[in-house]
Design a binder for this molecule. Structure first.
Ligand SMILES: Nc1ncnc2c1ncn2[C@@H]1O[C@H](COP(=O)(O)OP(=O)(O)OP(=O)(O)O)[C@@H](O)[C@H]1O
Ligand SMILES: [Mg+2]
Length: 328
């Protein structure tokens, strides 16, 4: 597979010319047209046109963007789809799945001292560039940026601030625009974003879709995932699930809300389980799948798993009553 991305030698990297990445973004926007870009994103995600414009308006003036939102609301898909459609290079973007043990040199790349001593610093194996260096002239996606430790954040900050990455004291030019994703600070398992880093990004928020959009997404994606089964999915199942998600969102008892992802899978596996049993999916089948797919996500002041189950069950029944009441 040709990636069109030869690994450059250190001497070439040290001679790198600056690239105005925001100009490349504007050129791509002119060439493809905003309407076409929005249509492309809609092939993957529904209801996020405003968010796409927020991201593009940042990138086109050279501002890095941080897409923030709850679990499973489309952050990573959105970052990848926008980077893909802008197509600034080959490959169009470099992506890093951040984690809390990621070291600064995993981001920058490091010199292999043994190779350098034997074959010289310019040997192709003496330095394998890290993502911050590879991203020159294109988009860098940092998925789950707030999992980066303060040490790795510092390496990133330097690249954003100076447009240089330091490799054992050697300054390698790197110009990129970053689309970062992350959960809001209140989620556990994440580090605080340093103020200096946060100041260098535009924060764009994805909120959960309205009930009607959520219902459309559920039907669309669940039908996509169950395509091979050739099974029908009734509107009522999607309506009950979307209504339940909305009821939980409005309810103070739960601190988190069912994610779009978990709702899609609850609906899709309702259909596949009924298919395995050679029958039509029923509301009772959906209830069962909702409990299994959503229980791990729901957090709040619940004393036990049983209490959480009872809570979900109650919300499901309330949603069903609302939907059936509306139907009659
Ligand atoms: N607005 C939407 N339209 C269509 N599909 C969506 C939407 N939001 C989420 N999804 C679907 O939900 C799934 C999760 O998306 P994705 O992984 O991009 O979310 P995320 O916010 O990055 O999740 P996490 O917080 O777990 O990293 C994908 O299959 C995606 O297609
Ligand atoms: Mg993600």
């Amino acid at each position: 597979m040709s990636l069109g991305l030869p690994i450059p030698r250190l001497s070439e990297l040290l001679r790198r010319e600056p690239v105005d990445v925001s100009r490349l973004v504007v050129k791509a926007l002119r060439e493809r047209g905003v309407r076409e870009i929005l249509e492309h994103v809609q092939k993957h995600l529904k209801g996020l046109n405003g968010v796409v414009l927020d991201v593009l308006s940042g990138l086109s003036v050279g501002r890095h963007v941080w897409i923030v939102g709850p679990v499973g609301c489309g952050k990573t898909t959105l970052a990848e789809t926008i980077a893909e459609v802008l197509n600034l290079g080959e490959p169009p973007y470099i992506e890093v799945a951040c984690h809390s043990h990621m070291t600064a040199t995993e981001l920058t790349g490091d010199i292999d001292i043994a190779v350098a001593l034997q074959a010289g610093l310019d040997h192709p194996l003496a330095y394998i560039p890290g993502p911050l260096v590879l991203a020159h002239g294109r988009i860098l996606i940092l998925d789950e940026i707030n999992r980066l430790s303060p040490y790795s954040q510092a390496a990133l900050l330097q690249a954003l601030q100076e447009h240089y990455v330091l490799i054992r004291g050697l300054r390698v030019r790197s110009d990129f625009l970053m689309i970062a994703t992350g959960n809001p600070a209140e989620y556990s398992g994440t580090y605080d974003m340093s103020e200096a880093l946060a100041d260098r990004m535009k924060q764009v928020e994805i909120t959960l879709p309205s009930k009607d959009i959520l219902k459309e997404i559920l039907l669309w994606k669940a039908r996509m995932y169950t395509q091979e089964l050739e099974a029908e999915i009734s509107e009522e199942l999607a309506e009950v699930l979307a209504t339940m998600a909305l009821l939980i969102r409005r309810d103070k008892a739960s601190e988190t809300e069912p994610s779009v992802r978990s709702c899609i899978y609850a609906l899709a596996s309702t259909v596949s389980r009924a298919w395995l049993q050679k029958k039509e999916p029923t509301i009772e089948d959906l209830r069962r799948e909702v409990l299994q797919n959503l229980i791990s996500l729901i957090q709040g002041d619940f004393s036990s798993e049983e209490e959480k189950l009872r809570y979900l069950d109650k919300k499901f029944r309330e949603a069903l009553l609302l939907v059936r009441g509306r139907e009659h």
